[in-house]
Write a protein that binds this ligand. Structure first.
Ligand code: GMT
Length: 374
């Protein structure tokens, strides 16, 4: 197939899923055309089947806000025409699904039919989409898509509950490349971070409010009172400064490191003992899956799609959002040297169920189904 993928090119989960999916499709022999405003961060290797089309947004004095959605729709039109695409797969409802609708109508006026598949990732539904400034456009563009997928059963359910959706939503979960995300031997790194054999706890996120980074710090502070431990925080975002201040005020800053945006997350995960994800909302929890693939058990909240990934008492534990005491006690249980090895094994076993080789065929057959339908 000749597939156009539209996504955010940044480090966020939806962009990562879209890029990894495109790379895997290209390895299978499909031609994949990425359409976005800059080179996706994980589009880091050369393959004869991979193409990148940049959306240029020219600024004019008249525009206080440059209309990205229009430039994107125009680019989709030209890529579909010139590259003879079979299908457009857009990731994240806003503004990708609505821009795809416009592109589709323009192409229709030229006698070209292009099926559009929209993948809902989470905050496009749970946060942004519900905002009344966007809701009518989100509802309309989901209903106008020829195929819609959601990354968890919970997100599918929430989409039906929150919007007037008339089409079927297929659940295709996030996936993991176990060749990239696997436990590597990094003893020298572990020794440098934890010279006295401290337990190593890791959190990765975009430091937005929804991630409850404050809870990560509080849980760590509680653990730190009981056992020698270190905390590594990967990523960056609006809540980082507050989190750093909090660590200083709590007197734990010497044992906490903020690593910022890091490419090789798997190297850090390779030496971690526990991953914390106390999010307010989480449609799937790709960062937790990456940790599990590196044999790291997970303490998470029980929100959104997390119960579909993290198995209570096996791969980690799930607690109510904000229940710091429960998350602390469960963390200490996992970190006990008598319990940790079994949790590590279980985490890897569960991650294998989301191996890209199992999930890729689901997308391929869904594409085929959508193409045949229209
Ligand atoms: O986690 C984020 O805030 C980023 C966001 C995105 O769309 O870039 O991630 C969402 O999509 C990921 C990939 O499908 C999911 O694994 C994340 O759970 C989801 N985040 C939330 O629902 C908060």
């Amino acid at each position: 197939m000749n597939i156009g993928i539209v996504c955010y090119p940044t480090f966020g989960g939806s962009g990562v899923v879209a890029t990894e999916l495109g790379k895997a499709l290209a390895k299978e022999g499909h031609k994949v055309h990425f359409i976005t405003y800059s080179q996706p961060s994980r589009l880091d290797f050369l393959n004869e089947n991979l193409f990148y089309h940049e959306v240029n947004i020219n600024s004019y004095p008249l525009f206080e806000y440059a209309p990205y959605e229009l430039a994107l729709a125009s680019k989709m039109v030209s890529v579909v025409q010139n590259e003879k695409l079979d299908l457009l797969h857009v990731h994240y409802a806003i503004p990708h699904a609505s821009a795809a609708y416009m592109a589709k109508q323009i192409l229709k006026s030229q006698g070209i039919t292009i099926p559009v598949v929209t993948t809902l990732h989470g905050t496009d539904i749970t946060l942004v989409g519900k905002d009344s400034s966007y809701e009518p456009v989100v509802t309309f563009s989901i209903n106008q898509s020829d195929g819609v997928t959601a990354v968890s059963e919970d997100l599918r359910k929430e989409t039906y509950e929150s919007f007037k959706i008339t089409s079927d939503i297929e659940v295709i979960p996030n996936f993991i490349d176990l060749e990239k995300f696997k436990k590597q031997k990094k003893d020298h790194f572990k020794k440098a971070i934890c010279p006295h054999g401290e337990s190593l706890i890791v959190h990765t996120s975009n430091f937005r409010k929804v991630k409850r980074v404050g809870d990560v710090i509080k849980i760590f502070a509680n653990i730190h009172k009981e056992i020698p431990a270190k905390l590594l925080l990967i990523g960056d975002g609006p809540e980082r400064a507050r989190a750093e201040t909090c660590c200083r005020q709590m007197g734990i800053h010497d044992d906490v490191r903020f690593l910022g945006k890091l490419e090789a997350v798997e190297e850090v995960l390779s030496v971690a003992d526990l991953f914390l994800m106390p999010s307010e909302k989480e449609s799937f929890g790709l960062a937790a899956l990456e940790a599990m693939a590196c044999e790291v058990p997970v303490i998470s909240s029980n929100t959104g799609g997390l119960p579909e990934l993290n198995v209570q008492g096996e791969t980690g534990f799930l607690s109510a959002v904000g229940d710091i005491e429960d998350m602390t006690q469960k963390s200490l249980f996992i970190l006990d040297k008598n319990n940790l090895p079994v949790f590590k094994q279980n985490a890897l076993k569960r991650a294998k169920e989301f191996d890209i080789s199992r999930i890729l065929p689901l997308y391929e057959s869904y594409y085929q189904q959508v193409i045949e339908k229209i």
